[in-house]
Design a protein around this ligand. Structure first.
Ligand code: 13P
Ligand code: SF4
Length: 301
Protein backbone atom coordinates (compact mmCIF):
# COMPACT_ATOMS: atom_id res chain seq x y z
CA UNK A 1 0.00 0.00 0.00
CA UNK A 2 1.38 3.45 -0.87
CA UNK A 3 1.70 6.13 1.79
CA UNK A 4 -1.16 8.04 0.17
CA UNK A 5 -3.39 4.95 0.34
CA UNK A 6 -2.40 4.38 3.97
CA UNK A 7 -3.32 7.98 4.85
CA UNK A 8 -6.65 7.73 3.05
CA UNK A 9 -7.54 4.50 4.82
CA UNK A 10 -6.43 5.79 8.25
CA UNK A 11 -8.33 9.01 7.67
CA UNK A 12 -11.51 7.01 7.10
CA UNK A 13 -10.90 4.72 10.07
CA UNK A 14 -10.22 7.64 12.44
CA UNK A 15 -12.91 9.89 10.97
CA UNK A 16 -10.33 12.62 10.39
CA UNK A 17 -10.75 15.69 8.24
CA UNK A 18 -7.63 16.86 6.38
CA UNK A 19 -7.45 20.56 5.58
CA UNK A 20 -4.60 21.81 3.37
CA UNK A 21 -3.49 25.30 2.50
CA UNK A 22 -3.03 26.27 -1.17
CA UNK A 23 0.79 26.32 -0.61
CA UNK A 24 1.05 22.71 0.49
CA UNK A 25 2.98 20.13 -1.52
CA UNK A 26 1.00 18.63 -4.43
CA UNK A 27 0.76 15.19 -2.77
CA UNK A 28 -0.60 16.76 0.43
CA UNK A 29 -3.22 18.76 -1.47
CA UNK A 30 -4.24 15.52 -3.19
CA UNK A 31 -5.00 13.65 0.07
CA UNK A 32 -6.85 16.60 1.62
CA UNK A 33 -10.62 16.83 1.98
CA UNK A 34 -10.42 20.51 1.36
CA UNK A 35 -7.76 22.86 -0.06
CA UNK A 36 -8.15 26.60 0.47
CA UNK A 37 -6.90 29.97 1.68
CA UNK A 38 -6.62 30.88 5.35
CA UNK A 39 -10.16 32.17 5.83
CA UNK A 40 -11.77 29.26 4.00
CA UNK A 41 -9.82 26.76 6.09
CA UNK A 42 -10.68 28.60 9.34
CA UNK A 43 -14.36 28.52 8.38
CA UNK A 44 -14.24 24.81 7.56
CA UNK A 45 -12.53 24.09 10.87
CA UNK A 46 -15.03 26.22 12.80
CA UNK A 47 -18.04 24.54 11.21
CA UNK A 48 -16.78 20.95 11.38
CA UNK A 49 -19.10 18.74 13.40
CA UNK A 50 -18.72 15.14 12.23
CA UNK A 51 -14.96 14.57 12.18
CA UNK A 52 -13.24 13.14 15.26
CA UNK A 53 -10.15 15.24 14.53
CA UNK A 54 -8.79 17.82 12.10
CA UNK A 55 -5.36 17.42 10.51
CA UNK A 56 -4.27 20.91 9.52
CA UNK A 57 -1.65 20.77 6.77
CA UNK A 58 -0.34 24.33 6.92
CA UNK A 59 1.63 26.46 9.40
CA UNK A 60 1.25 27.17 13.12
CA UNK A 61 -1.12 30.15 13.15
CA UNK A 62 -3.65 28.45 10.86
CA UNK A 63 -3.85 25.33 13.03
CA UNK A 64 -4.03 27.57 16.10
CA UNK A 65 -7.01 29.43 14.63
CA UNK A 66 -8.74 26.09 14.02
CA UNK A 67 -8.16 25.06 17.64
CA UNK A 68 -9.47 28.42 18.85
CA UNK A 69 -12.59 28.32 16.69
CA UNK A 70 -13.45 24.70 17.40
CA UNK A 71 -12.09 23.98 20.89
CA UNK A 72 -13.95 20.69 21.19
CA UNK A 73 -12.02 19.18 18.26
CA UNK A 74 -8.58 17.68 18.32
CA UNK A 75 -6.45 19.69 15.86
CA UNK A 76 -3.17 18.14 14.68
CA UNK A 77 -0.31 20.00 12.98
CA UNK A 78 1.74 17.36 11.09
CA UNK A 79 5.01 19.22 11.74
CA UNK A 80 5.30 21.43 14.82
CA UNK A 81 8.26 23.21 13.22
CA UNK A 82 6.03 24.65 10.48
CA UNK A 83 5.96 28.18 11.85
CA UNK A 84 5.17 31.28 9.79
CA UNK A 85 8.04 33.76 10.35
CA UNK A 86 5.72 36.71 9.74
CA UNK A 87 3.46 35.59 12.58
CA UNK A 88 6.41 35.89 14.97
CA UNK A 89 7.19 39.46 13.86
CA UNK A 90 4.69 41.16 16.14
CA UNK A 91 4.86 40.84 19.90
CA UNK A 92 2.30 41.55 22.60
CA UNK A 93 4.57 44.30 23.97
CA UNK A 94 4.71 46.06 20.59
CA UNK A 95 0.93 45.99 20.32
CA UNK A 96 0.58 47.38 23.84
CA UNK A 97 3.12 50.15 23.11
CA UNK A 98 1.32 51.11 19.89
CA UNK A 99 -2.02 51.13 21.72
CA UNK A 100 -0.70 53.51 24.38
CA UNK A 101 0.67 55.83 21.64
CA UNK A 102 -2.61 55.80 19.67
CA UNK A 103 -5.29 55.11 22.31
CA UNK A 104 -8.19 55.91 19.96
CA UNK A 105 -7.03 53.76 17.06
CA UNK A 106 -8.59 50.31 16.72
CA UNK A 107 -6.15 47.42 16.33
CA UNK A 108 -6.47 45.04 13.37
CA UNK A 109 -4.29 41.95 13.24
CA UNK A 110 -3.74 39.84 10.12
CA UNK A 111 -4.57 36.19 10.89
CA UNK A 112 -0.86 35.51 10.28
CA UNK A 113 -0.22 36.14 14.00
CA UNK A 114 -0.02 34.02 17.10
CA UNK A 115 -3.06 33.68 19.37
CA UNK A 116 -1.48 36.02 21.93
CA UNK A 117 -1.51 38.86 19.37
CA UNK A 118 -5.03 38.06 18.18
CA UNK A 119 -6.13 38.27 21.81
CA UNK A 120 -4.95 41.88 21.97
CA UNK A 121 -6.66 43.20 18.84
CA UNK A 122 -10.17 44.45 18.10
CA UNK A 123 -10.65 42.39 14.95
CA UNK A 124 -8.67 40.04 12.72
CA UNK A 125 -8.52 40.02 8.92
CA UNK A 126 -7.14 37.86 6.14
CA UNK A 127 -5.82 38.91 2.75
CA UNK A 128 -9.26 37.98 1.35
CA UNK A 129 -11.24 40.42 3.52
CA UNK A 130 -8.77 43.10 4.67
CA UNK A 131 -10.47 45.89 2.71
CA UNK A 132 -13.95 45.05 4.09
CA UNK A 133 -12.62 44.79 7.65
CA UNK A 134 -10.85 48.17 7.47
CA UNK A 135 -13.90 49.80 5.87
CA UNK A 136 -16.17 48.40 8.59
CA UNK A 137 -14.32 50.35 11.29
CA UNK A 138 -15.58 53.73 12.37
CA UNK A 139 -12.05 55.20 12.48
CA UNK A 140 -9.68 56.86 10.01
CA UNK A 141 -6.47 55.84 11.80
CA UNK A 142 -5.94 52.15 12.46
CA UNK A 143 -3.09 50.14 13.96
CA UNK A 144 -2.34 47.19 11.70
CA UNK A 145 0.11 44.30 11.91
CA UNK A 146 2.26 42.49 11.16
CA UNK A 147 2.41 42.77 7.34
CA UNK A 148 3.45 46.21 6.17
CA UNK A 149 2.64 45.41 2.53
CA UNK A 150 -0.88 44.30 3.37
CA UNK A 151 -1.29 47.48 5.44
CA UNK A 152 -0.19 49.57 2.46
CA UNK A 153 -2.55 47.71 0.13
CA UNK A 154 -5.52 48.23 2.47
CA UNK A 155 -4.62 51.92 2.94
CA UNK A 156 -4.56 52.42 -0.85
CA UNK A 157 -7.93 50.70 -1.23
CA UNK A 158 -9.72 52.42 1.65
CA UNK A 159 -7.99 55.84 1.85
CA UNK A 160 -7.52 55.31 5.61
CA UNK A 161 -4.26 55.70 7.56
CA UNK A 162 -2.85 52.35 8.65
CA UNK A 163 -0.01 52.50 11.14
CA UNK A 164 2.15 49.38 10.78
CA UNK A 165 2.92 47.39 13.94
CA UNK A 166 5.83 46.55 13.87
CA UNK A 167 7.25 49.07 11.43
CA UNK A 168 8.60 46.50 8.93
CA UNK A 169 6.71 43.20 9.21
CA UNK A 170 6.93 41.13 6.03
CA UNK A 171 6.69 37.72 4.44
CA UNK A 172 10.18 36.51 3.40
CA UNK A 173 8.71 34.46 0.54
CA UNK A 174 6.67 37.27 -1.01
CA UNK A 175 9.63 39.62 -0.66
CA UNK A 176 11.37 37.55 -3.35
CA UNK A 177 9.07 38.86 -6.07
CA UNK A 178 10.50 41.78 -8.02
CA UNK A 179 8.62 43.71 -10.71
CA UNK A 180 11.60 43.35 -13.10
CA UNK A 181 11.18 39.54 -13.20
CA UNK A 182 7.46 39.82 -13.86
CA UNK A 183 8.09 42.44 -16.56
CA UNK A 184 10.63 40.22 -18.36
CA UNK A 185 8.11 37.34 -18.32
CA UNK A 186 5.43 39.69 -19.59
CA UNK A 187 7.69 40.68 -22.51
CA UNK A 188 8.06 37.00 -23.36
CA UNK A 189 4.30 36.38 -22.94
CA UNK A 190 2.60 39.65 -23.89
CA UNK A 191 -0.91 38.21 -23.53
CA UNK A 192 -0.29 37.00 -19.98
CA UNK A 193 -2.24 38.30 -17.01
CA UNK A 194 -0.24 39.08 -13.88
CA UNK A 195 -1.85 38.16 -10.55
CA UNK A 196 -0.18 38.66 -7.18
CA UNK A 197 -0.80 38.24 -3.46
CA UNK A 198 -1.17 41.46 -1.41
CA UNK A 199 1.83 40.40 0.70
CA UNK A 200 3.96 41.37 -2.32
CA UNK A 201 5.58 44.83 -2.43
CA UNK A 202 3.77 47.90 -3.70
CA UNK A 203 6.04 47.87 -6.80
CA UNK A 204 4.95 44.33 -7.54
CA UNK A 205 1.27 45.20 -7.04
CA UNK A 206 1.70 48.08 -9.50
CA UNK A 207 2.61 45.73 -12.37
CA UNK A 208 -0.23 43.33 -11.50
CA UNK A 209 -3.59 43.05 -13.26
CA UNK A 210 -5.13 41.37 -10.22
CA UNK A 211 -4.33 41.36 -6.48
CA UNK A 212 -5.98 38.85 -4.17
CA UNK A 213 -5.73 36.07 -1.61
CA UNK A 214 -4.64 32.63 -2.78
CA UNK A 215 -8.19 31.32 -3.30
CA UNK A 216 -9.29 34.59 -4.89
CA UNK A 217 -6.47 34.12 -7.41
CA UNK A 218 -7.73 30.58 -8.10
CA UNK A 219 -11.23 31.91 -8.75
CA UNK A 220 -9.91 34.76 -10.89
CA UNK A 221 -7.86 32.35 -13.05
CA UNK A 222 -10.91 30.10 -13.55
CA UNK A 223 -13.19 32.95 -14.57
CA UNK A 224 -10.68 34.90 -16.68
CA UNK A 225 -10.51 34.53 -20.47
CA UNK A 226 -6.72 34.81 -20.33
CA UNK A 227 -4.76 31.70 -21.28
CA UNK A 228 -1.45 32.54 -19.58
CA UNK A 229 -0.90 33.82 -16.03
CA UNK A 230 2.19 35.15 -14.31
CA UNK A 231 1.74 34.27 -10.65
CA UNK A 232 3.15 36.29 -7.74
CA UNK A 233 2.71 33.97 -4.80
CA UNK A 234 4.12 30.76 -3.29
CA UNK A 235 4.74 27.97 -5.81
CA UNK A 236 2.37 25.43 -4.16
CA UNK A 237 -0.60 27.23 -5.65
CA UNK A 238 0.50 26.17 -9.15
CA UNK A 239 -0.63 22.60 -8.46
CA UNK A 240 -4.20 23.70 -7.78
CA UNK A 241 -4.21 26.24 -10.61
CA UNK A 242 -3.01 23.66 -13.14
CA UNK A 243 -5.37 20.98 -11.86
CA UNK A 244 -8.39 23.27 -12.10
CA UNK A 245 -7.38 24.83 -15.43
CA UNK A 246 -5.66 22.16 -17.54
CA UNK A 247 -5.98 24.30 -20.69
CA UNK A 248 -4.23 27.33 -19.15
CA UNK A 249 -0.57 28.14 -18.63
CA UNK A 250 0.81 29.29 -15.24
CA UNK A 251 4.28 30.78 -14.76
CA UNK A 252 5.75 31.69 -11.40
CA UNK A 253 6.92 35.32 -11.33
CA UNK A 254 10.00 34.19 -9.37
CA UNK A 255 10.96 30.52 -9.78
CA UNK A 256 12.25 29.94 -6.23
CA UNK A 257 9.33 31.49 -4.36
CA UNK A 258 8.95 28.70 -1.82
CA UNK A 259 7.70 28.98 1.76
CA UNK A 260 9.99 26.47 3.51
CA UNK A 261 7.62 26.21 6.47
CA UNK A 262 4.65 25.25 4.33
CA UNK A 263 6.81 22.54 2.77
CA UNK A 264 7.63 20.94 6.13
CA UNK A 265 4.40 18.98 5.89
CA UNK A 266 5.28 15.77 4.10
CA UNK A 267 3.24 12.61 3.58
CA UNK A 268 5.39 10.80 6.19
CA UNK A 269 4.82 13.47 8.82
CA UNK A 270 1.13 13.65 8.08
CA UNK A 271 0.83 9.86 8.31
CA UNK A 272 2.68 9.67 11.63
CA UNK A 273 0.75 12.58 13.15
CA UNK A 274 -2.53 10.95 12.17
CA UNK A 275 -1.48 7.45 13.27
CA UNK A 276 -0.17 8.56 16.65
CA UNK A 277 -2.64 11.46 17.01
CA UNK A 278 0.32 13.60 17.95
CA UNK A 279 1.18 17.29 17.66
CA UNK A 280 -2.14 18.39 19.12
CA UNK A 281 -2.42 22.17 18.94
CA UNK A 282 -3.55 23.69 22.22
CA UNK A 283 -4.22 27.33 23.10
CA UNK A 284 -4.76 28.26 26.77
CA UNK A 285 -8.45 29.12 27.21
CA UNK A 286 -7.81 32.61 28.65
CA UNK A 287 -5.93 33.56 25.43
CA UNK A 288 -8.22 31.54 23.16
CA UNK A 289 -11.35 33.27 24.44
CA UNK A 290 -10.08 36.75 23.49
CA UNK A 291 -8.55 35.57 20.19
CA UNK A 292 -11.86 33.86 19.32
CA UNK A 293 -13.72 37.13 19.81
CA UNK A 294 -11.35 38.89 17.35
CA UNK A 295 -11.79 36.10 14.79
CA UNK A 296 -15.56 36.05 15.22
CA UNK A 297 -15.74 39.82 14.69
CA UNK A 298 -13.94 39.22 11.40
CA UNK A 299 -16.52 36.61 10.38
CA UNK A 300 -19.32 39.08 11.20
CA UNK A 301 -17.80 41.54 8.69
P1 13P B 1 -4.07 33.35 2.03
O1 13P B 1 -5.01 33.67 3.12
O2 13P B 1 -4.24 34.24 0.83
O3 13P B 1 -4.15 31.91 1.66
O4 13P B 1 -2.59 33.66 2.52
C1 13P B 1 -1.99 33.06 3.60
C2 13P B 1 -0.54 33.25 3.57
O5 13P B 1 0.15 32.80 4.44
C3 13P B 1 0.03 34.01 2.49
O6 13P B 1 1.40 33.98 2.55
FE1 SF4 C 1 4.06 32.99 6.40
FE2 SF4 C 1 4.90 33.95 4.06
FE3 SF4 C 1 4.86 31.33 4.47
FE4 SF4 C 1 2.58 32.70 4.18
S1 SF4 C 1 4.18 32.37 2.64
S2 SF4 C 1 3.01 31.14 5.70
S3 SF4 C 1 3.13 34.63 5.24
S4 SF4 C 1 6.12 32.85 5.53
Amino acid sequence: MSLTEKILSLKKEKKALILAHNYQRAEIQDVADYVGDSIELSRKAAQEKDAEMIVFAAVDFMAESAAILNPAKKVLLPCLGARCPMAQMVTADEIKRAKSKYPNAPVVMYVNTLASSKALCDVCCTSANVVEVIESLDAETILFGPDRNLAQYAAEKTGKTLIPVPEFGFCPTHLLFQPEDATVLKMQHPDATIMVHPECSGEMRKVADYVGSTSKMCRFAKESNAKTFIVGTEEGILHRLRKENPDKNFLLAYPDAVCPNMKLTTLDRLYIALKEEKNVVKVPENVAEKARASLERMFEV
